[in-house]
Design a protein around this ligand. Structure first.
Ligand code: FMN
Length: 184
């Protein structure tokens, strides 16, 4: 096997891609992020990273809350739209016909049409360089009941996709193993 050195700018893969809501009322905006990852189980904490030049940056700074919204593969175009237009120029909710839905805890709205939503409160922020990392405690989660089996999100029903080196990859080949299967 021949290994070659690559840029250290390479990312882990696959990455999630999600649409994050930030801001309240008429100011509420949507931004697509790939820098999203769970970093603690208890309390449940998810880290997201945003560049300060984004319109969304000032909104997360202002309110200290965000919602992670996961679209299905059929809503990929909406996800890409939110990651290629700025809320400075366009109202992404209106342009995409998306509906603001009030969650149970945070004031930032969820995206009603996206079936999986996590309400988060910023508990810490770290200035890392190009990005500011926000650690968000997950205070409530919501899922469309058609995607849930035995009280858990069912990855096969949900029609998941991932983001790898600038491309969206479908995961429809299905489950190839379950956590702990090597112990059986
Ligand atoms: C798939 C994808 C992933 C992205 N991930 C990030 C990210 O993790 N952090 C970030 O600051 N911008 C990321 N972006 C870029 C922003 O989503 C994009 O600049 C967006 O237009 C900013 O919107 P705003 O100006 O309304 O805040 C990503 C874009 C795409 C399409």
């Amino acid at each position: 096997m021949n290994k070659i050195s690559l840029s250290t700018g390479i990312t882990t893969f696959p990455m999630p891609a999600a649409v994050i809501s930030v801001g309240i009322g008429d100011e509420a905006n949507l931004i697509t992020l790939a820098y999203v990852g769970k970093v603690c189980l208890n309390p449940p904490i998810i880290a997201i990273s945003i560049q300060p030049k984004r319109h969304s940056y000032k909104l997360i700074e202002k309110h200290g809350e965000f919602v992670i919204n996961y679209p299905t593969k059929n809503q990929l175009k909406e996800l890409d739209y939110c990651g290629t237009r700025s809320g400075r120029d366009v109202n992404k909710w209106k342009a995409l016909n998306l509906t603001k839905e009030q969650g149970t805890i945070v004031k930032v709205p969820m995206v009603k049409e996206f079936p999986w939503n996590m309400e988060c409160k910023v508990i810490n922020r770290i200035e890392l360089g190009s990005h500011v990392c926000y650690l968000g405690e997950v205070l409530a989660t919501h899922s469309d009941d058609q995607f849930v089996s035995n009280g858990r999100l069912d990855p096969e029903k949900f029609n998941c996709f991932a983001y790898v080196n600038g491309t969206y990859i479908g995961l429809e080949k299905g489950i190839i193993g379950r956590h702990g299967f090597s112990m059986l």
